[in-house]
Design a protein around this ligand. Structure first.
Ligand code: B12
Ligand code: SF4
Length: 485
């Protein structure tokens, strides 16, 4: 048996606007699978393409892809393709799976990644059933990849013998979805990581739980932490010594929750090297820095360990939008007071960083990326509140501490509460969300009023980073136009 791992994210399709998310790094999920298979003694595993940075186009480069794939499969009859996809990339996943089916009819396709969730959607198939029924996949893994490892190692690809939770397939009648539960994180002796040559960037994950349970969040649930602090240190010390990385991107979804501070302190102290600092990139949950005590504890820690880029989910600024999106604090919708407190805390955090730069002007600039969500239920006031909030933070930006803002539409990803609530209004199997109910004549326009126009007018701005105020006049003019009168 030969295992070939690939991700829809490695490919392009024409000039589709979603290609702007093209990301040439190897995916950590697939690297995790590869490491786990190798550590279990299975070495016939390949990554395709060997260098994802090439960004092959599934139409334009079809002949090249087929030729390279043939070389990779090398006549192996028992090839298993592991295909990873997020929801936004699903349109590429379908093209890729069709290509593999056509060229390698003997091969088995196992699909996985954050897109696949079992869910009860009245009258609609879920993402797992959709992929299986359309024959794009022979099996689908939901959650983490342990069932795939078991499939390869223990059952030689015989899906119906699998007992571990998280593997789904169609029963012999070809209609009923079989399988149960959620895949566990694979057994690993070392922490998985990806490495990007040019930027000398390590991407890795230690602990991926989050207490907030937001209504729009699709993180795969995991036990906490994925790795003991000692394992992280022992795995990464030699990597630091050999690769001398310049940067480390921590993919943990919500690191530094207060209960886990000691864990991260142990990890980063264990990796600390004053002579060779590795600059760190992280998510930072603004609710964590509301408490003065914790902010004053976290701040020095982040400085000592050279955290210099922060992705911050400011997300929503009004309680009304918090309710729609399910922007939660430990399972409960954030109140207006909480949102205002977070705003104040973020401003304090930025000012504190500025003080650091005034005292030590030579240190590299800190960068904060604040993301906002626009929901299909904004009105003039809530939309203006987003623009005002952006203006406040962009106004704090300066040489040493650069702030930028990004705006995203509320995405109904599989498995989320938002999807369950919005599914009646969207094209349920068009996971690219490019049509997110915005096509002319959609009934929900009447129900939600003018904010659908706001969402479609902004669609060209989604996901882009605005480092200065230039976005604001545009944003405000659209708000005024849409809600005129
Ligand atoms: C790092 C990250 C990124 C990085 C990617 C860097 C890289 N080179 O990989 C960047 C910043 C580029 C990014 C971008 C975006 N991301 Co992102 N990202 C993440 C994050 C935080 C970590 C991903 C990761 O590496 N996890 C660790 C690995 C080990 O887990 P994993 O990838 O899920 O893989 C495991 C399983 O899924 C499964 N699996 C995965 N693939 C396969 C394949 C097979 C065959 C099998 C069997 C199993 C399997 O097994 C793996 C190991 O157990 C996740 C949140 C999270 N905690 O997972 C969000 C997440 C994946 N991102 C998400 C989103 C929405 C985005 C964006 C769309 C953001 C935006 N709005 O613009 C963009 C565009 C992504 C795209 N191209 O589609 C969503 C995806 C939701 C969905 N249903 O698709 C997530 C889940 C976040 C969330 N809160 O909802 N992202
Ligand atoms: S804070 Fe919300 S969006 Fe962020 S990881 Fe936690 S549950 Fe997901």
């Amino acid at each position: 048996m030969k295992v070939i791992l690939t991700s829809a994210g490695y490919y392009r399709i024409g000039a589709h606007w979603l290609n702007h998310h093209f990301n040439p790094e190897k995916r950590l999920g697939l690297k995790t699978i590869e490491d786990s298979l190798r550590q279990a003694g299975f070495n016939n595993v390949l990554h395709f393409p060997g260098d994802p940075a090439v960004g092959l186009d599934l139409w334009r480069d079809r002949a090249v892809i087929i030729e390279e794939l043939k070389r990779t499969v090398a006549g192996e009859n028992d090839a298993v393709f592991g295909l990873s996809t997020t929801s936004e990339e699903y349109f590429k996943f379908t093209a890729l799976a069709e290509l593999i089916r056509q060229e390698f009819p003997q091969a088995r396709i196992v699909a996985g990644g954050p897109h696949f969730k079992r869910e009860k959607l009245e009258g609609y198939r879920d993402s797992v059933e959709t992929a299986l029924v359309s024959k794009l996949a022979d099996s689908v893994v939901v959650g983490h990849a342990q069932p795939f490892i078991d499939l390869v190692i223990n059952q030689h690809g015989q899906k119906d013998l699998i007992a571990s939770p998280g593997l789904y397939y169609l029963g012999s009648a070809g209609e009923e979805v079989k399988g149960h539960g959620y895949g566990k994180f694979p057994q690993l002796r070392t922490v998985p990581y990806t490495y990007t040559e040019g930027s000398r960037l390590i991407g890795t994950i230690f602990d991926d739980s989050c207490e907030n349970r937001c209504g729009f969040c699709a993180i795969p649930l995991s036990r906490s932490p994925l790795f003991a602090a000692g394992t992280v240190i022992d795995s990464l010390r030699p990597v630091f010594a050999n690769l001398a990385p310049g940067q480390l991107s921590l993919y943990d979804s919500n690191p530094f929750e207060t209960r886990r501070f000691d864990y991260y302190r142990e990890v980063f102290e264990g990796l600390y090297d004053r002579e060779r600092p590795v600059f760190k990139i992280t998510f930072l949950d603004p609710s964590l820095i509301v408490s003065d005590d914790y902010r004053n504890k976290l701040g020095p820690f982040l400085l000592r360990h050279a955290f210099f880029k922060f992705f911050i989910g400011r997300d929503v600024v009004t309680e009304q939008s918090a309710r729609v999106a399910g922007s939660n604090l430990r399972g409960k919708v954030k109140s207006q007071k909480q949102l205002d407190d977070e705003k104040e805390a973020l401003a304090k955090f930025i000012r504190a960083l500025k003080t650091v730069h005034t005292r030590a002007p030579d240190i590299p600039p800190h960068k904060l990326f604040l993301s906002y969500i626009i929901t299909p239920f904004e009105d003039r006031e809530s939309a203006r509140a987003i623009a005002d909030d952006m203006e406040t933070f962009l106004g704090l930006s300066e040489e040493g501490v650069k702030v930028s803002v990004r705006i995203f539409p509320l995405m109904p990803y599989p498995g989320t509460r938002v999807r369950r609530e919005l599914v009646k209004w969207i094209e349920p199997e068009d996971y690219s969300f490019s049509s997110y109910g915005l096509a002319p004549g959609d009934p929900w326009k009447e129900e939600i009023g003018l904010s659908h126009e706001l969402m479609s007018s902004l669609s060209g701005s989604y996901g882009k980073s605005w480092e200065n105020q230039s976005f604001l006049p545009f944003f405000r003019s659209i708000i005024d136009k849409v809600f005129a009168g």
